[in-house]
Ligand binder design. Structure first.
Ligand code: NAD
Length: 390
């Protein structure tokens, strides 16, 4: 069970870029970071609209002098303060991630950036190098990867409970954009604009999450893939609102990924099924407290979070309450922010051994997500030819 007594010597002084009033994901960052008292929000450039951002920051309890007009002003002023921020989360639309992350690293900050990390692999690699040079933690917010039952699944696969992995089915297919909602929804509109969203829509917005899940659970590396993508709402072209990807992994396993926002009637339907030579597991993000385990020739089992028969908690990701009480999305984010804090603390103390032992979605995972997008676009836009992943 989660130990809430675990504390750092002091909370990490933390700022945000983006995530302003009405944004989709800003609150999830703040709720995740605040949950265990390991981060303290002390500064922000929350909004493109400067006055709205200032007012919003003030309402969150941030000193008005530290609610900045833009990220450049924040990264210039904060390092000059003795109590300046040590870490920043970037919760702005995709097209800004590279410039803001680079500026944050240049200012000596640990970074937690939203996905998809950048438009190109080259940009993501540049950020990785800079983070290494500066000895800073660079995390990517694959927010589902903090769910305890996914960590149970990872451990089961590692221990060989499924036998060798043969097939991975991934899908993240909601139905909320089955009509041209972007005509009245600003949050949908930027996602379908290549200048802001990047070279993909649903592949980057949705597919990167489930792809990361597959990487996290199995560690398998993609060898080659082939992708087909469509814009069922024609005005979204060249960006896709539906995509299907076939993958061959090194070592012989295969997989499919379906990403869609036109799956009419579906709420989320993010699901992963990993099929091994003797058993399969399946997890749905709409029922995150359960993990289905199906051994060939045996009755299917539903494993429940918080039960003694699960493999032990690993540091930082734990059940926060006993089984039967539902945990959810915000707990997953809190589990990740907890890990980020432990990693940042270890990096601050130059404790490389401790740092190496803390799992969290890192810049490497961000790079793989962007690599997925580059490869899918290359394939889909060349009549779905098979392309090498690296
Ligand atoms: P949004 O449009 O709802 O909100 C964006 C916020 O950023 C707004 O407050 C806007 O004013 C602010 N902003 C934009 N540019 C800025 C800049 N240069 N400086 C300061 N503030 C700026 O967007 P959203 O849906 O919250 O998405 C933001 C990012 O989060 C995207 O990259 C998206 O892919 C990602 N996202 C991730 C998840 C997840 O589960 N991890 C979920 C939703 C969105």
């Amino acid at each position: 069970m989660f130990n809430e007594e675990r504390r750092l010597a002091a909370p990490i002084r933390w700022g945000m870029v983006g995530g302003g009033r009405g944004s989709e994901i800003g609150h999830a960052h703040r709720a995740g970071a605040a949950r265990d008292g390991l981060f303290q929000l002390v500064a922000g450039a929350f909004d493109l609209d400067v006055e709205r951002g200032r007012e919003f920051g003030g309402n969150l309890g941030v000193d008005s002098a530290r609610c900045y007009a833009n990220y450049q002003a924040m990264f210039e002023a904060e390092p000059q303060r003795e109590d300046g921020i040590q870490a920043v989360s970037i919760a702005t639309p995709n097209g800004t991630h590279f410039a803001i992350s680079k500026a944050a690293l240049d200012a000596g900050l640990h970074v937690i950036c939203e996905k998809p990390l950048t438009f190109t692999v080259a940009e993501s690699e540049q950020l990785k190098q800079l983070a290494q040079q500066k000895n800073r933690v660079f995390a990517v917010m694959y927010g589902y990867s903090g769910f305890p039952m996914l960590h149970q699944a990872r451990e089961m696969i590692k221990r060989g409970d499924l036998g060798e992995v043969r097939i991975i089915n991934m899908q993240f297919a909601h139905g909320f954009h089955n009509t041209a909602v972007e005509e009245h929804s600003p949050g949908a509109k930027w996602r379908m604009n290549p200048e802001i969203s990047g070279p993909t829509y649903v592949l980057g917005d949705l597919g990167t999450h489930t792809f990361h899940m597959a990487q996290m659970l199995t560690g398998l590396e993609v060898d080659e893939l082939c992708c087909m993508r469509q814009s069922f709402i024609a005005s979204r072209s060249p960006l896709e609102d539906n995509a299907n990807v076939m993958m061959k992994f090194k070592g012989g396993a295969v997989g499919t990924l379906w990403a869609s926002s036109v799956n009419a009637g579906s709420m989320h339907q993010q699901k992963i099924r990993v099929i091994g030579e003797k058993a399969s597991i399946e997890w749905w993000d709409e029922q995150p407290n359960q993990l289905r385990y199906e051994g060939q020739g045996q009755p299917a089992q539903v494993l429940e979070r918080g039960m003694g028969y699960l493999y032990g908690d690993d540091p930082g990701v734990c059940s926060r309450i006993g089984g039967g009480h539902a945990e959810g999305f915000f707990e997953s984010w809190a589990n990740l922010y907890h890990r980020y804090a432990l990693a940042m603390d270890a990096a601050n103390r130059d404790d490389t051994e401790a740092l190496a032992g803390i799992w969290y979605p890192s810049v490497d995972d961000g790079i793989q997500g962007v690599r997925l997008l580059e490869s899918c676009v290359e394939s889909a836009d060349s009549h779905s030819k098979w392309v090498k992943f690296d």
